[in-house]
Design a protein around this ligand. Structure first.
Ligand SMILES: [Fe+2]
Length: 592
């Protein structure tokens, strides 16, 4: 039995395919279309899934869509009507987009796949999120927590799950939304909504949460985890342009100008920013205030999630917790949930945002609607496209770069470990690309985390990121507790998906300067031998060469582009950046 899950028309479109309940392939459309956060109908991702399964569209038994379009349209209409005439623009935009495309997704699926309408199932948005976590976890039972911007009506749910049934017992409804609260601050701090949330999280450690009391005026949180927003501070209900209101600006002052340089006294002024501006001290002070605001919204978000996690576990009578929804990508909060919420076992879907809901919808159909038993655990995130050695040879030959094909995996790993140990920055393109937003050693840029200057080197050569975007360490799982104070969290699934921020041990801070954030934390990835054997073998060799089994890992893409998929895209990125070498399967390309 094949079930195809689809998510689209909102954030990150994607497709995923199950065969008899086992995941065969899953990918976001952006990796094929090369449009970042592509939300259009995921024709290419669907075709990729069918190809991987070796079937055609009409062989699919069921298609599961990640939400209920008519219920969502109803929410948008009701919300818009309630606020007319303020919401006229939202109303017009919604009507146009929905009548053109979104409501007719069933027809689009029918035409694309040539399957009868009764084989197309619509799963509620938060049921899809919940299923994407629980049915990928190894747990027989667990509490459930989903938190995002908004689905149909729900913006957050808690519930319980056992075997093949998930029951969402509590919901918070739009416009009360923790995701939209965080997004309002993301916009206020000068970043793009649905893209810059990480930057707010990364900026927070540069600040002190001295505006927590002000932020608490925006959200009321009950002990049972229910919350409501104070709507006078927001405009997202009736505006397509601005998420926060004049009252918000009155409370917090002027918003940070879009995409301006961020630096404070603590961060210093990185060399790759160019010359110091003459009003450096004024700008640093202004940025400090914004960092304090970031710290404050982050603190309130963490408190709220902790309250919700505790309430979910208490009601479910479980210490195991499954999380999904875009807010579950807040890896600092996830770390605290494991440390402080009484949670013994945590699973977070690596594609916690809306792309992951495609997989969740398919799993929900398989287990909860059709009643099939479970038997799948998501051990790794490598579910995307693989490219053959022949394809790599052809691309390498056409590139004009000096290329060396290693005789076997050992030779390739030895050579790559040598490059990293000698301070080279390496593009690493191996196997199937990752599911979800993080690069986890399939499409990564790797470097030596022991070198204090490596952050600047990679920023100058490749990434140009502000200091608030720390680079992540990938560490052998069995060695994680040597460097990080995880108190057992390194053995948890979110650690292998880079979804936990943990303290760096005091004596390791000097060992890993390039991946240790300003507050001595790190968003670590633990690398498990059985799940990621080649990446594990590489880091083992790096450990032998340097004494430290850790590499610095950042996603293989240039600023503003999706992570690379094909060998050609990897070579293009290699040629347009300061990467020293590019390793694709057994092939190594050099600049000189
Ligand atoms: Fe969502």
């Amino acid at each position: 039995m094949h079930i195809l899950g689809i998510s689209c028309y909102f954030h990150d479109a994607s497709a995923a395919i199950l065969r008899d309940g086992q995941l065969v392939a899953a990918a976001e459309e952006e990796r094929f279309s090369r449009i970042k956060h592509d939300f259009g109908f995921p024709s290419r991702a669907i075709q990729f899934c069918l190809d991987e399964a070796g079937i055609s569209g009409s062989d699919v038994d069921y298609v599961a869509f990640f939400e209920k379009p008519f219920v969502k349209f109803d929410r948008i209409l009701q919300t818009a009507f309630a606020e007319v005439p303020k919401s006229a623009a939202v109303f017009r935009q919604a009507i146009t987009a929905w009548l053109l495309d979104k409501l007719w997704v069933k027809n689009r699926i029918r035409e694309t796949l040539r399957i009868p309408p009764e084989r197309i199932l619509f799963v509620e948005h938060h049921q899809s999120h919940a299923a994407s976590a629980f049915f990928c976890s190894p747990f027989d039972e667990a509490a459930i927590l989903t938190v995002d911007g908004v689905g149909e009506w729900a913006t957050a749910t808690t519930g319980r799950a056992r075997d093949r049934a998930i029951e969402l017992t509590h919901e918070v409804h739009f416009p009360h939304s923790l995701g939209l609260l965080y997004s309002a601050f993301t916009a206020f701090l000068g970043f793009e909504v649905n893209e810059g949330e990480y930057k707010v999280m990364g900026m927070a450690p540069y600040g002190r949460p001295r505006f927590v009391e002000e932020v608490r005026k925006l959200i009321n949180v009950d002990r049972d985890g229910a919350f409501s927003l104070n709507l006078e501070y927001f405009d997202f209900q009736h505006s397509t342009k601005r998420t926060y209101s004049d009252a918000f600006v009155k409370l917090f002052g002027a918003p940070r100008p879009v995409e301006t340089l961020f630096f404070t006294e603590a961060s210093g002024f990185p060399s790759y920013f160019g010359d110091r501006p003459s009003n450096y001290a004024d700008l640093a002070a202004a940025n400090q205030r914004y960092a304090d605001l970031a710290a404050s919204i982050q603190a309130v978000t963490e408190e709220t999630l902790l309250t919700m996690a505790r309430a979910a576990c208490e009601r479910a009578g479980s210490t195991k917790l499954c999380m999904a929804g875009g807010v579950a990508l807040n890896s600092v909060a996830n770390g605290r949930i494991l440390r402080e919420a009484g949670v013994t076992d945590l699973f977070v879907q690596p594609a916690a945002g809306d792309s992951g809901a495609a997989l969740g919808a398919a799993l929900f159909a398989h287990h909860q609607i059709l009643g099939h038993p479970r038997g799948f655990v998501m051990q790794h995130a490598a579910w995307g496209q693989r490219h053959s050695m022949d394809a790599i040879r052809t691309a390498a030959a056409a590139s004009g770069f000096r290329a060396e094909e290693c005789r076997d995996e050992d030779a390739m790993l030895d050579r790559t470990a040598d490059l990293l140990a000698s301070g080279r920055v390496v593009g690493w393109h191996q196997g199937r690309f990752e599911w979800g937003p993080r690069a986890l050693g399939q499409r990564s840029i790797l470097a030596d985390p022991r070198r204090a200057d490596m952050k600047d080197v990679v920023n100058v050569k490749i990434k140009f990121r502000e200091p608030y975007r720390p680079f992540a360490p990938s560490v052998l799982q069995e060695c994680a507790d040597t460097y990080f104070d995880t108190r057992g969290a390194s053995a948890q699934y979110p650690a292998r998906f880079m979804l936990l921020v943990e303290p760096v041990k005091e004596d390791a801070r000097g060992v890993l300067p390039a991946t240790t954030h300003v507050d001595y934390s790190a968003r670590l990835q633990t690398v498990v031998q059985s799940a990621s054997p080649r990446y594990h073998a590489l880091i083992t060799r790096v450990g032998r060469a340097t004494g430290v089994p850790v590499v610095m890992n950042t996603s293989f893409n240039l600023r503003g582009e999706p992570i690379v998929n094909t060998p050609e895209e990897a070579i293009s990125t290699f040629s347009r950046s300061g990467l020293d070498a590019l390793v694709m399967d057994l092939m190594i390309l050099y600049k000189a």
